[in-house]
Design a protein around this ligand. Structure first.
Ligand code: BGC
Length: 257
């Protein structure tokens, strides 16, 4: 397989675990240099960066809590100073909190919206300002969710953030096109990652979820990473403002017995 991201530099928020890590591994295989940011767990993330470098690729880990504007901006500027000019931003960092609507606390609401929406918004703004100033084309890839469309009861703040992300992408595809910057969403369904650990440890909940997935398995980070590699590469040069659903058929599964 020819390497599709040779010479490119990619910044991946939350790239130390789950889908973000799957994407980092895939981008390295495709020849990119990769910077991942993590909120906590510095030791673990340094180990992750080391393992990403094991095959000879370039990878760095940077501590940054993207819900803070200055951290998000620093993540990108440190990436440029350590790895060189940036080409690709993957907005992967995301969190969710389960609660019935009437029980949602202000702290949990802020936590979810500040990472998934505000953080993403301003990291993207920092990327766009950088690309415009550097006069470079760019690729922005957002890890959204099937829940940018599909209800997810008891996760209303999460759904609100993902629904908003759908519209951010549509808007920005138009505003950024003159600068040759494309932006697309990937909408994963149920993927085996730490965000799902409660579900993965509960056989009853897991079975009922699997019964809803036509392909009868959970997705893996690699299933998402292959679409991300396509979206980061020149092969997707005419694709912007759209969402790629990677869900084993979950979203539109409906059958009458
Ligand atoms: C959520 C998971 C959920 C999956 C399928 C994802 O966006 O993060 O918690 O299992 O959607 O519903």
């Amino acid at each position: 397989m020819s390497k599709r991201l040779e010479g490119k530099v990619a910044a991946i928020t939350g790239g130390n675990q789950g889908i973000g890590l799957g994407i980092a591994e895939r981008f390295i295989q495709e020849g990119a240099a990769v910077s991942i940011c993590y909120r906590s767990d510095g030791e673990g993330s340094e180990r992750v960066a080391e393992s990403l470098r094991a095959g000879g690729g370039k990878a760095i880990a940077i501590q940054a809590d993207i819900s803070k504007l200055a951290d998000g901006q620093r993540f990108l500027s440190e990436t440029v100073s350590q790895l060189g000019e940036l080409d690709i931003l993957v907005n992967n960092a995301g969190v969710e909190k389960r609660a019935s609507f009437w029980d949602v606390t202000e702290a949990d609401y802020d936590f979810v919206l500040n990472v998934n929406l505000k953080g993403l918004f301003f990291v993207t703004q920092a990327m766009v300002r950088y690309l415009r100033q550097a006069k470079r084309p760019g690729k922005i890839i957002n890890i959204s969710s099937v829940h940018e469309e599909l209800p997810f009861p008891h996760f209303t703040s999460y759904c609100a953030s993902k629904g908003a992300l759908k519209m951010i992408t549509r808007n920005l595809s138009i505003e950024l096109a003159p600068f040759n910057i494309t932006i697309n969403n990937i909408a994963p369904g149920a993927i085996e990652t730490p965000i799902n650990k409660n579900l993965l440890n509960d056989p009853v909940k897991l079975k009922s979820l699997l019964d809803n997935i036509p392909l009868r398995r959970l997705g893996k980070p690699e299933d998402v990473a292959s679409i991300a590699a396509f979206l980061a590469s020149e092969e997707s040069s005419y694709v912007t403002g759209t969402t790629f659903v990677v869900d084993g058929g979950l979203t539109w599964n409906y059958e009458e017995q």
